[in-house]
Design a protein around this ligand. Structure first.
Ligand SMILES: *Cc1c(COP(=O)(O)O)cnc(C)c1O
Length: 383
């Protein structure tokens, strides 16, 4: 009893920074992810003026109209736990991708799949390879479990597969490849990527993150899911957040060998996808017309934006996704703040080692022209 009280006193007197020191080493070293500034926040700050957000690569058309109906019906059941096996959605996805149900892992956004794979395979003894200028979540999930990141230098803002191969050692457990990449929009040729995956030791799990797959021109892409039969160490991730317009509901998934899917399913929460999200994803998947409309809106918007930016004398990195990285030839952060004052939210990418760039999501035609006008004014002001 005396001892217990003494122990209690010890903890009560622990200074705050020692409390911080109690956390796992990897967690203490994390630089938190910065989200795109929420629309409502800027609206609160600026008052009653028009505000647009082109900062998080969301679908500017919103989600399919059939999704709202499906969700309305599904609200009748929200007192019940969701189907933790995601049976219906997995069936729909298995049929879409021609894979076995056992090869699918559902996630709370594809972000969760990235986290699950790190939890399932990494310890502080292992290393993870990814590219410079690539998705910010890869260093986060690596660091959170105390593993070590090996960052390969990019070439012309694109993944350099040879540089990535050079980073592989006997300690490498995971490799993350975003294709197309965020925030650059660059895309690796399928043949090159397949050779790379084939060259990997089978003890290295290769994650191909295809969050923007739907936006790649059909002539440039292949169905990487067909590679799964050849490569048991491959994990492909997809999401409903971007082309399907369901970012707010958080649904993504992994496609892999059954062994990997089984392991990922062991570490996930039993009910990681809520029931409205499961229903919404089913409905969104079935509406191919809305997807086609989204892709065509993106193509037109990409042309509109890149032409408008060229008119302002600005270069962009050729993009295969629903956003474009713009070279401002000065610190992007200053332009970002000046754009906020004009009601436009874009994304500064200094934390991706691209201090002179801004990442701009493709919006509707009117959002794109609103942005171009605001940017033209900002550049005139010489910020
Ligand atoms: C947006 C994005 C994701 C994940 O988004 P979720 O909403 O979690 O599905 C994954 N990878 C990349 C490269 C992204 O840009």
């Amino acid at each position: 009893m005396m001892l217990a009280r003494a122990t209690l006193n010890f903890f009560c007197k622990l200074p705050m920074n020692s409390l911080f020191d109690l956390a796992c080493e990897g967690v203490r070293g994390i630089t938190p992810y910065t989200i795109g500034k929420p629309l409502a926040q800027l609206q609160r700050e600026l008052g009653q003026v028009k505000v647009i957000k082109l900062a998080s690569n969301e679908n500017p058309l919103g989600t399919s109209p059939v999704v709202a109906e499906a969700i309305a019906t599904a609200t009748a059941d929200i007192a019940r736990y969701p189907d933790g096996s995601g049976f219906d959605l997995k069936h729909a996805l298995a049929s879409k991708h021609a894979v076995d149900i056992g090869q699918i892992t559902l996630g709370n956004g594809s972000n969760e799949i990235l986290e699950l794979v790190s939890r399932a395979f990494l310890t502080p003894d292992f290393e993870v390879v990814f590219s410079q200028h690539s998705f910010a979540v890869y260093p986060l999930v690596t660091q959170a479990v105390g593993a070590t990141a090996q960052v390969a230098t990019a070439t012309d803002y694109c993944h350099d597969l040879a540089a990535m191969a050079d980073k592989i050692t006997s300690k490498t457990r995971l490799i993350f490849i975003a294709n197309p990449n965020n925030p650059t929009g660059t895309h690796l040729a399928p043949a090159q990527l397949q050779d790379f995956v084939a060259s990997l030791p089978r003890t290295v799990i290769c994650i191909i993150d295809e969050a923007y797959y739907e936006f790649v021109a059909p002539s440039k892409r292949v169905d990487t899911v067909r590679w799964l039969d050849k490569f048991p160490n491959l994990l492909i991730t997809r999401t409903f957040s971007k082309a399907y317009g369901l970012a707010g509901l958080r649904v993504g998934y992994g496609l892999s060998s059954k062994v990997i899917a089984d392991l990922l399913n062991r570490v996930r929460q039993p009910f990681n996808n809520n029931s409205l999200a499961l229903t919404a994803a089913m409905a969104a998947l079935a509406d191919s017309q809305h997807l086609a409309k989204t892709i065509s809106c993106n193509q037109q918007g990409m042309q509109q934006l890149t032409a408008g930016l060229a008119n302002l004398g600005l270069d962009t990195i050729p993009s295969n996704a629903n956003f474009v990285a713009v070279n401002m030839r000065q610190e992007g952060e200053a332009i970002y703040h000046a754009l906020l004052q004009k009601g436009v939210i874009v994304r500064p990418v200094a934390s991706y080692q691209m201090p002179n760039y801004l990442r701009v999501s493709i919006g509707t035609a009117s959002e794109n022209s609103f942005f171009l006008t605001a940017l033209g004014e900002v550049l005139q002001q010489n910020v």
